[in-house]
Design a binder for this molecule. Structure first.
Ligand code: S3P
Length: 437
């Protein structure tokens, strides 16, 4: 059970999590649906759009550029696209809050617009590296400046775009997406290669909108487009939000949870593979396709876990869930190692450092490695205080740790969960009480 004062929330030890819970809509797919609808011809209905802070920043930025954004209630949004090159220059800088996806994808689209656009965000966003999109876009002839060459604010003057062949130095779906979007405006086909597989929602949605793409393993070629046309999009549930419940139900004895209609795109579900290898009891049923994305009903019950070795090949498919592997590892038999995960240092917080600090404070033996961490398994979570550092996924990890702990966990800076999962506390309270939501 949770109790709160100010922006701190206490999560007390819980009995089994039971019932059925509809997790919020996928954040990555919601951003992409809005962005690609914005450059399509005509209106696009988005069903089950994620109503959360990050995705609202995307909608506000699009509206400021002249895109029609209507709220039809119940998660239905009508986006009236202005065509590939129809953005108008906004009067002020675009505030993108905490949203890394918006600030890294939007420049791909702005590359092809007439006008000058300034993109900025909160303190955390201003600390995150933007050179990873600035460099490839410059290679494509885009005029783009970053503070100290590396940080937001970014200033982009759109215009002509040159095709490029680009090998990404890091596995990043955001960088890949920015290049693919800019490739729509280029003078010839653009080719991008990723070092390991990372989420491919942009590729799926661009293909749905009629863009020509060729995918050969880790290489994707995008052809310049004359126009896009997107059918109505129904956004699946977010696997990254489901992950907190999957983990809670796995480590809290007596749990049995159903999570209907969750996106299970294999570029996102590395955590499933890792948990199953650790001994988790998770099944997928009724798998079908929605908006070109695989979707399934997921069932999970508590299980005993054993340690696992996680390497770079799976970390791109697990990136936002790797901190949860540390929590699972605290309950597992043996020592778990996660490597090849340096990208965690560039998230909403430095997730290697924040994980080490928080889990150590909760009684876990966790050791920092340069590109990951090692956890000594067994005793689980004692309890204590977890500091979110304004990072939504760290706040939710602290909450789940609290339910699975012996003495409870106080999460400081809890409010940032609204970035991706408003109502997270209520969702936990429902399944603690065996109620379905
Ligand atoms: C995202 C991609 C990932 C992920 C982020 C969302 C996206 O970041 O961590 O939460 O929507 O494309 P990177 O592409 O930087 O790895």
């Amino acid at each position: 059970m949770a109790a709160g004062s100010g922006d701190a929330m206490l999560f007390r030890p819980s009995g089994g999590l039971r019932g059925s819970l509809q997790v919020p809509a996928d954040k990555s797919i919601s951003h992409r649906a809005a962005l690609i609808a914005a450059i399509s011809d005509g209106p696009v209905e988005i069903l089950n759009f994620l109503e959360a802070a990050d995705t609202h920043y995307t909608l506000e930025a699009l509206a400021a550029c002249g895109v029609g954004v209507e709220d039809h209630g119940g998660g239905t949004r009508m986006i009236t696209g202005v065509g590939l090159r129809g953005f108008r220059q906004p009067e002020t800088a675009l505030d993108l809050g905490n949203s890394g996806t918006t600030i890294r994808l939007l420049p791909g689209i702005l590359a092809g617009q007439d006008g000058r656009f300034t993109l900025d965000g909160d303190e955390s966003l201003r600390r995150r590296p933007m050179d990873r999109v600035v460099e490839p876009l410059r290679l494509m002839g885009v005029e783009i400046e970053a503070r100290e060459g590396r940080y937001a604010p970014l200033v982009i003057e759109g215009g002509d775009v040159r095709a490029a062949i680009y090998e990404m130095p890091m596995a990043s779906a955001q960088v890949k997406s920015a290049i693919l979007l800019a490739g729509l405006y280029a003078d010839a086909p653009t080719e991008v290669t990723e070092p390991s597989a990372c989420r491919d929602h942009t590729e799926i949605m661009l293909a749905n909108a009629g863009a020509s793409l060729e995918r050969k393993g880790l290489r994707t070629i995008i052809y310049p487009a004359d126009f896009l046309q997107l059918e109505s999009v129904a956004v699946p549930g977010d696997f990254s939000s489901a992950a907190f419940l999957l983990l809670g139900a796995t480590i809290i004895p007596g749990s049995q949870l159903e999570l209907p209609a969750v996106g299970v795109n294999p570029t996102r579900t590395g955590l499933l593979d890792i948990l199953v290898e650790m001994g988790a009891d998770i099944t997928l049923e009724h798998t079908h396709s929605q908006a070109g994305e695989p979707v399934a009903d997921i069932t999970v019950q508590s299980a005993s876990l054993s340690a696992v070795e996680v390497g770079a090949e799976i970390s791109g498919r697990t990136i936002d869930e790797l901190p949860l592997v540390a929590l699972a590892a605290a309950f597992a038999d043996g020592d778990t190692t996660v490597r090849g995960a340096s990208e965690l240092r560039h998230k909403e917080s430095d997730r290697i450092s924040s994980l080490i600090d928080n889990l150590s404070a909760l009684g876990v033996h966790i050791e920092m490695l340069e590109d990951g961490f090692r956890v000594r398994g067994g005793p689980g979570i004692l309890g204590g205080t977890c500091n979110s550092l304004g990072d939504h996924r760290m706040a939710m990890l602290g909450a789940v740790a609290g339910l699975a702990s012996r003495a409870g966990v106080k999460v400081r800076g809890y409010g940032c969960v609204d970035v991706s999962f408003p109502g997270f506390r209520e969702a936990l309270a429902a399944v603690e009480a065996g109620r379905s939501l």
